[in-house]
Ligand binder design. Structure first.
Ligand code: CA
Length: 315
């Protein structure tokens, strides 16, 4: 009995002190976008539903999970769907949610129908909710950015992957783009552009920007090359000039793409990404993982070590 109890305790402790990578194993998740609100981490993800042998994406909706220790993730449902946007068709591509004045603004990339507002291609929409887990509604009833509004790249999917950030001076910024990185100021209402769109191309840039500020330094993290690594630049202003700082993550197992999301939580820094490592996983059946991110004293980022065991509980 004592031995059984000992085995039980050992198993319980083993299970409870460590998460695993990928962190979610019952559905395929991609394009992680973590957000902290009232000391809870909300993790927004894409949702891969392509068949095992598929050679293309199938992403009907976006999922949200929450955690207060970075290891136990509670599913909070499919908080937003392509059907939410009457002007949209196609897949629920990468997205990011941010809180402002008690409202949650969810910027998504999605295919636009051919109509009077767009000739089609990937567009950026914004949904809004009074809760971090939704339900979200289309904030505008139309796209915030259509493919036709950026013309520096000819391909129809160059407006993928929105990332949003509110600076200390309350100026909100939207960055996005495939093939080139675009940015624009947002008005305080978060649903209107406030000025022209500027495009630039950081070294080796592919897609999936993630922008934030830490210790007065702006960080632009992004997917580079193909298959994708994660590289980054820093600057003293959100408009640059950006200094290339190198690769922080090598390619990931079994997925040509990956996608960064970074937060500080309870005095540790975390790096969210996706790979294709689950059984039957692939580039179209991806899974979100979390590993530690470490800064050097000068603000540069150490190389991410991809682990199977993931991170320990935050306390
Ligand atoms: Ca475009």
């Amino acid at each position: 009995m004592k031995k059984l109890l000992s085995i039980y305790l050992t198993l319980s402790i083993t299970v409870s002190i460590q998460a695993q990578n990928p962190i979610i194993t019952n559905v395929f998740t991609a394009d992680p976008a973590p957000m902290i609100y009232k000391d809870t981490v909300f993790l927004y993800t894409g949702h891969d539903t392509a068949a095992t042998d598929a050679k293309n994406y199938k992403m009907p909706d976006w999922l949200v999970f929450s955690s207060t220790d970075m290891t136990h993730w509670t599913p909070r449902g499919a908080c937003l769907s392509t059907k939410t946007f009457s002007w949209a068709s196609g897949d629920a591509c990468a997205a990011q949610c941010i809180e402002r004045n008690g409202k949650f603004y969810y910027y998504v990339a999605i295919t636009h129908k051919k109509d009077q507002n767009s000739k089609g291609g990937i567009a950026i929409g914004v949904a809004v909710s009074s809760s971090p887990t939704g339900p979200f509604v289309d904030a505008l009833g139309k796209a915030l950015v259509t493919n036709d509004m950026t013309t520096d790249k000819p391909h129809s999917w160059d407006d993928l992957d929105p990332t949003v950030f509110i600076d200390d001076d309350n100026q909100a910024w939207l960055f996005w783009g495939n093939g080139s990185c675009k940015y624009v100021r947002l008005k305080p209402n978060m649903t209107e552009l406030d000025g022209p769109i500027t495009a630039f191309t950081p070294p080796h840039y592919t897609e999936a920007p993630w922008i934030y500020k830490r210790n007065n330094l702006y960080y632009l993290i992004y997917a580079a090359n193909f298959p994708e690594t994660i590289d980054y630049c820093t600057a003293s202003s959100p408009t640059g000039p950006w200094t290339y700082r190198g690769t922080i993550q090598d390619t990931v197992p079994n997925s040509t793409t990956t996608h960064p999301g970074i937060i500080d939580y309870h005095n540790k820094s975390y790096f969210f990404y996706h790979n294709g490592a689950l059984p039957t996983g692939s580039s179209y059946r991806r899974s979100v993982c979390i590993d530690y991110l470490h800064y050097n004293p000068d603000g540069s980022i150490q190389k991410i070590i991809q682990t199977k065991q993931g991170v320990s509980p935050a306390n």
